[in-house]
Design a binder for this molecule. Structure first.
Ligand code: ATR
Length: 285
């Protein structure tokens, strides 16, 4: 697609931003659908986040994705925050509607879509354990509760954070929600239908497993939100034990697809987007 006088601009702000796979993912989708949009990476330093957001209206930017470390900071510069983003406490997608800047969060919904649409997994009535209690854990926890999960346990290195997370979710839906330490979660992990790692443990080659691999079960769904490397030690161990191992590529693609749909109003070409970011040719499973 050639940029011309009518090209609409979307993009991503982060610090750093050069590692992001979102530009290639969205631009591939725009090309495929012949939409006159361009997706640009913007390296925005923390002290200039407010200026960047204010500039959106001035520059007629259609929307932005927001990545680390700005997902919380941007909220104070927006006119409106969606219910999901408010509960999650972070924004990953901004769009303009009626000259108002609106913040949304597609991370949790993207995770759920990856499970349901790519892997045909049912969430309603299942028991899940989330490793970690940060922003990603909150987004995924919220989305799982919306889908009707039956039991949701947060296991975290800092136990108090897991407990606080669980308390904050206790008023939502009929599910049983609790927080505990990782070792205390042995029985919960062993009996979980779905286990999700939302921590960064596994990104580095020599990161040790957070749990005992003997806790993993045949038939369990074991997810890692990490997509690089494509097979973390957790996923390798899960696979060895006959579990269904799912990395973070699907979540990356679907959170992007949801942003794409918000900005363009068109159904996202999910497979084109997946192909554009799947540098490891995700065929290892
Ligand atoms: P994100 O927004 O990606 O979720 P975050 O909010 O910084 O990132 O949260 C990271 C989570 O991963 C936290 O729950 C953190 O545990 P603590 O609360 O104890 O800090 C967890 N985490 C990160 N690295 C970890 C490691 N090496 N081992 C165990 N937990 C880890």
């Amino acid at each position: 697609m050639q940029i011309n006088g009518q090209t609409r601009i979307v993009g991503i702000i982060g610090d750093p931003v050069k590692h992001s796979r979102s530009p290639q993912m969205h631009n591939a989708a725009f090309n495929h659908l012949n939409l006159n949009f361009a997706y640009i990476p913007f390296h925005v330093k923390p002290e200039l986040v407010g200026e960047a957001i204010k500039g959106m209206k001035a520059l007629d930017i259609v929307g932005l994705n927001v990545t680390v470390p700005h997902k919380i900071e941007v909220m104070k510069y927006l006119d409106e925050i969606s219910p999901a983003a408010r509960i999650i406490g972070a924004v990953n997608t901004i769009y303009v509607k009626d000259n108002r800047l609106i913040g949304d969060n597609t991370d949790g919904c993207g995770f759920v879509r990856a499970l349901v649409e790519d892997e045909d997994i049912t969430i309603a009535g299942k028991n899940a354990v989330i490793l970690g209690s940060g922003g990603s854990a909150r987004a995924i926890g919220h989305a799982l509760l919306k889908e009707g999960i039956n039991r949701l346990i947060f296991c975290n290195r800092t136990v108090s954070k897991a407990e606080e997370m669980a308390i904050s979710f206790q008023t939502q839906g009929a599910a049983f929600v609790a927080g505990m330490g990782i070792t205390d979660g042995m029985s919960e992990i062993t009996h979980a239908d779905i286990l999700i790692n939302t921590t960064s443990a596994g990104m580095k080659q020599d990161d040790p497993l957070l749990i005992d691999s003997g806790w993993l079960q045949e038939g369990q769904v074991v997810c890692d939100i990490i997509y690089s490397p494509p097979r973390t030690l957790l996923l390798q161990e899960a696979k060895k034990r006959g579990a269904i191992a799912i990395n973070g590529l699907g979540m990356l693609v679907h959170q992007g697809a949801l942003s794409f749909e918000i900005w363009t109003g068109c159904p996202a070409p999910v497979e084109i987007m997946r192909k554009a970011v799947d540098m490891d040719n995700n065929k290892w499973i």
